[in-house]
Design a binder for this molecule. Sequence first.
Ligand code: SF4
Length: 579
Amino acid sequence: MARLLRINTRTKKVTEDTLAGDYAGLGGRGLTSRIVRKEVPPTCHPLSAANKLIVAPGLLTGTTAANTGRLSVGGKSPLTGTIKESNAGGTFSQKLARLDIMGLVLEDKPDPDAAFQVIFISKNGVQLTEVPEISGLGTYDASTKLFEKFGSKVGIMVIGPAGENSRLASSIQFTDPKGNPSRAAGRGGLGALMGSKKIKAIVIDSQDAKAPEVADKEAFKAAAKRWAEILVSHPVTGQGLPSYGTSILINIINEAGTLPTKNFRDGRFDKAADISGEKMVELINQRKGVAKEGCHAGCVIQCSQKYCDENGQYLTSGFEYETVWAFGSNLLISNMDHIAHLDRLCDDLGLDTIETGTTVAMAMEAGVIPWGDGLAAIDLLKRIYDPKDYLGAIIGNGTAFTAEAFGVDRVPVVKKQSLPAYDPRAAKGVGVTYATTPMGADHTAGYAICQNILKVGGDIDPLGKQGNVEVSKNLQIATAAVDATGFCLFVAFAVLDTDDALDTIAKLISSRFGISFTADDIGKTGIEILKDEYSFNRDAGFTKAHDQLPDFFIQEELPPHKVKWDFTVDELQKAKVEI
Ligand code: SF4
């Protein structure tokens, strides 16, 4: 029976329900956004007792279907003030699902001077304990101590110093199968929301728990077999991502002229080869790291890796294209080791790498540190460990905040969340997504790079307007549905190119729950989720005027294609589902 656990972080009272009524049959982003819509006052302060942090595995998480171990984390975003769903890998989600916990809700808020606590969940129940020994620690040291205390088989969700101090760019980190807290619910400052509830970590032990019940085992097995075939036979999910990780995109996006360089001044970086996926794999192999591994059991794509330093010591993993861009071409840094150190620091501090990279760009714009200086960027981030360091406090609060602090006027944010690693002027489909998604600028909400650049699932001119609003809208609907299932978003490459992929997903859901779920129902699921999210944002005070890119994208031409952003606010509204 699907369980919904509620933990009052002030009284420590734990209550349990089954998923019923408005929440029946929901999972992942479908459940997090519905609970936020129903239970969080849209105009509340995101760090107030009225806000809630919701954690939800997907509908298929915990089963044997490939790439279904993702987790949705939701709440009202401290960074944007909008509704937020941030999606993470790691082992936590599958362990929750094995305990039949489809939703975990942190409510209320202790006094500001209360001690941080750890929540421990196992088949025997829920315990809250104070943990003075890990307060203030980075996520790596905190995880090590938690594994010592609770055993090596647990999954951990943990915040770093950034979240403890309610910094707006803070992430929530999750341990991977090797025990490294390198997987992140990065976007939207949800680490600050967890910190406001005085929860340092949630530890889950699912030993001896059975896999979730499957209603029609034979049908599920057949659909899961076909699903794995679809993923491993596609050139992107079967070859490209497993060979070079997501950083395979550096050379591709650079060649397309849409790799943001020096805070979105150019679409090409002359040192792109030095930070490419090919270069990363060369260094990994030289240093005896691991070029290919999964962030959770059952991933057949395996885009993650183990990246070692010059001495062959583990440095980081989950070292993604977005991170390499944010600290690489965006800052004119071409030293892969410096970028890897910055990634490690973000994971340890508990910071979103995209937001933090664009924040460092604001510091470079203001002359706080020089462009291209990786060591200065490392020193800048280290200041965030000290809660009393004022410069660290500014940087930890993200791009919009830092730009205001230093008087910078080229600020790449939508709804105060920074743009990711594709210049919207030369990839207009993803630009439409940045402007209109309920989440603030977010490429994963509708990844039109597929049709604009990679020519997967269609071929739409990235430099013109035609077709880009429609493709973004369709992708936003499909993505919301994918985020409800627990699938890793990278399955989309294969889904878009394979005729029976949607039917196969529908068969997985039908046979898992013993219901009749069709490919058409996938689209309906996405629309319902977006309706919840747009409704929340409307009631929080967001209007169509917030659905636009910053002015400099409209004013400045992007080299080499010499293109500007040219969608009006009214044209962009057509990318949103009606509420
Ligand atoms: S493809 Fe990458 S992000 Fe997706 S589940 Fe596998 S390792 Fe995690």
